[in-house]
Design a protein around this ligand. Structure first.
Ligand code: PLP
Length: 459
């Protein structure tokens, strides 16, 4: 073990060193991967020297998500305290289903959940869990809504046409979850969104009325705090004004991307009204830069979590009360410890530190928007209060631009689409970044375009 820990440290230092030199690695074409790298598994093991060399090659050839040139998805940066917690969780290797096996780690998870319940003003019956990602948080919320609508469904199965409402710009997990949950994709109503990407509450109400007239069963409304492309916040107050008119219509707030604004005094107004929702989820591995994955789901009534997820198992639950046996409220059985890495970060920087991380991301987005606004070769598609900055440059096809930047090992950034327009989507999610890093992003992009002008496609 000692030798492998030393190897781990050696490889980690090497990686960090290489990351500083080169924020992006030139990608290996997927079809060539097995030709250039010995990933084959054989009867005989590898000797230590070749094993180490191969491992180093793999580590240094892997896409670098923690550098100042990675803007591709909704996570990034490497928070050292979060990483420390993650490494310790791996060393400890607990499973979070029982207090007997998790011990203090269970207390850590419960503390985070209790703090977040408080911050949301969800009242004393609130509780939560750490699902294996934001998609699964939405799934658990949908299952609770389904089972709260009809408490016999868990015995009898779904036998009615139950209807889900979500905006046309919401995350694709809503569709997947409708498939998994026995609801069916045809029962999803994608509600129109306005020019900012926010769900139009009036359109929601009209659709509910229409479905009720048809004898269908509305049960779940999903609002989004930070839509995946535009970073827009649905107006929770207005949506709640609609949902409260109907019996047993659950309101969930999917804050996977930007729900972490609850930690910011300045930006928590963006989820104002969240205290009226039935459930809320956010990904600490997005805005809070905790290592993947760290997702939290909170619900107002603990009994709903239990009704949908508790099952007896004598071979598992042998000590302590259910309050400490977290397997009674989780989706899976064996469950990794996603709480410690968030706790090590939170404990070390305090709630004030988390507040600063969130504010820094909005600050960086302002820097990026101002840059785009002040340079006539750019066109901006984003609005204030979003950490997604969407733009096009010199009429260059954004798909071609993003893919070329990736293939040439210059930058990692993706493109998105909204209302028929495709654009580059820069996400300022890495709070380790400074203004100069954002300006450098544009510099790298412009220099590349200057070099490659002839080859790039225009729109
Ligand atoms: C990222 C995201 C999700 C999915 O979270 P995963 O952890 O990737 O499963 C869901 N909803 C929104 C709005 C997201 O941005």
């Amino acid at each position: 073990m000692q030798a492998d820990l030393e190897l781990f440290q050696k490889l980690s230092y090497k990686l960090v060193h290489h990351e500083k030199q080169n924020g992006v690695v030139k990608p290996i074409k997927a079809e060539n991967l097995l030709k250039v790298m010995d990933l084959n598994l054989e009867d005989q093991g590898l000797d230590e020297e070749r094993f180490e060399a191969l491992l180093e090659d793999i580590v240094l050839s892997t896409p670098r998500t923690s550098t100042k040139l990675f803007f591709n998805q909704l996570f990034g940066g490497r928070n050292s305290k979060g990483t420390l917690g993650e490494l310790l969780a791996v060393m400890l290797n607990n499973s979070m289903y029982t207090y007997k096996v998790g011990g203090p780690q269970v207390g850590i998870e419960k503390m985070i959940i209790a703090k977040v319940c408080d911050m949301l003003n969800f009242g004393e019956n609130a509780d939560g869990t750490f699902p294996p990602g934001g998609s699964m948080s939405n799934f658990m919320a949908m299952l609770m809504a389904r089972d709260a609508y009809n408490r016999d469904i868990k015995f009898e199965g779904v036998s009615e046409k139950m209807i889900i409402y979500t905006s046309s710009t919401s995350h694709y997990s809503i569709t997947k979850n409708a498939m998994f949950g026995g609801i069916g994709i045809q029962q999803i109503r994608f509600i129109e969104s306005d020019k900012y990407g926010k769900m139009i509450p009036k359109a929601l109400q009209e659709q509910i009325e229409e479905d009720l007239k048809e004898g269908l069963k509305p049960f779940f409304v999903n609002a989004t705090a930070g839509t995946t492309v535009m970073g827009a916040f649905d107006d929770i107050h207005e949506i709640h004004e609609v949902t409260k008119l109907y019996d047993k219509l659950w309101l969930h707030v999917d804050g996977a991307y930007c729900g972490s604004v609850i930690f910011s005094e300045k930006y928590k107004h963006l989820v104002s009204g969240v205290e009226k929702a039935d459930s809320f989820s956010f990904n600490a591995h997005k805005m809070l830069n905790v290592p993947l994955s760290c997702s939290i789901l909170i619900t107002k009534e603990r009994h709903n979590l239990r009704h949908s997820f508790a099952c007896e198992a004598d071979y598992l639950y042998q000590t302590d009360s259910d309050d400490y046996n977290l397997g009674k409220t989780s989706l899976q059985c064996g469950r990794r410890n996603d709480a410690l890495k968030f706790w090590t970060l939170w404990k070390s920087v305090g709630t004030k530190g988390l507040n600063q991380m969130v504010d820094q991301q909005f600050h960086l987005s302002e820097v990026a928007r101002n840059y785009v606004r002040n340079h006539p070769d750019y066109e901006l598609y984003s609005y204030e209060d979003s950490i997604s900055v969407c733009f096009n440059y010199k009429n260059i096809d954004p798909k071609d631009l993003c893919n070329s930047l990736y293939e040439e090992g210059k930058l990692m950034v993706g493109y998105g689409e909204f209302r028929g327009t495709t654009f580059v989507r820069l996400v300022t999610i890495n709070s380790n970044n400074q203004e100069t890093d954002i300006l450098n992003f544009f510099q790298v992009l412009e220099t590349y375009v200057e070099e490659a002008k002839e080859e790039l496609i225009t729109i």
